[in-house]
Design a protein around this ligand. Structure first.
Ligand SMILES: CC(C)(COP(=O)(O)OP(=O)(O)OC[C@H]1O[C@@H](n2cnc3c(N)ncnc32)[C@H](O)[C@@H]1OP(=O)(O)O)[C@@H](O)C(=O)NCCC(=O)NCCS
Length: 177
């Protein structure tokens, strides 16, 4: 199976929302409660993505990973820091989300997606980028460390009735791995 990485567009919203829900269910089954995972909805995610893409933001980049037959099996979006919580990262830019389905993990696609966004952010003049990851999500943390990220502050919050802890990762764009 060949996986193509390309720019995402508004017509991809349904495919991205499906991958988002499936990605959570596959990747977070060991960290989040069955109730929290069962409560996820493609329609809700579609509305979230519609809102996110409604206002053009040229400094942000959305990339999708697509199979030969057009199924979206992964995506990433990153851009300028958005809100107060994100500002805790202490970086100018952030990765808003990155998800891959289980069947395409560990083939270098996550790295391609991250570098695609890093390159764009570097061209936009950003010098640092951060993200939040679940503290228990050791696979993703090893991935960020392999790409040169360093762990920083932690924050806990209520995610659909479950208290979870996230840890921040920071990347210096000039020295990306
Ligand atoms: C985290 C994620 C994006 C990584 O993408 P990927 O395509 O699987 O990773 P890559 O193949 O590009 O890996 C690059 C390097 O990162 C490290 N790495 C990646 N996944 C790892 C894992 N599960 N455990 C340990 N190291 C890992 C390795 O050093 C790897 O190089 P190698 O395969 O040559 O050893 C992907 O697994 C994913 O989408 N996970 C579920 C969703 C998620 O947790 N998202 C993060 C939300 S904050």
């Amino acid at each position: 199976m060949t996986i193509r990485v390309r720019e995402g567009r508004e017509s991809d919203i349904e495919g991205i929302a499906k991958a988002h829900v499936q990605g959570w269910r596959e990747s977070y089954k060991d960290f989040l409660s069955p109730e929290a995972l069962a409560g996820l909805s493609v329609e809700e995610r579609m509305r979230m993505w519609q809102r996110a893409l409604a206002e053009p933001e040229p400094r942000a980049r959305l990339l999708v990973a697509e199979t030969d037959d057009g199924e979206i099996v992964g995506f990433i979006r990153g851009g300028p820091i958005r809100n107060k919580e994100a500002r805790l990262l202490g970086t100018e830019a952030e990765i808003y989300a990155i998800y891959l389905l289980d069947r395409i993990k560990r083939q270098g696609i996550g790295r391609r997606l991250m570098h695609g966004v890093f390159d764009h952010l570097t061209h936009q003049g950003f010098r640092s980028v951060g993200l939040w990851v679940l503290k228990d999500n050791l696979g993703a943390r090893r991935f960020y460390e392999a790409l040169g990220g360093t762990a920083g502050p932690e924050q806990s919050f209520d995610l659909r009735g479950q208290i979870v802890t996230e840890v921040a990762y920071r990347f210096e764009l000039a020295a990306k791995g």
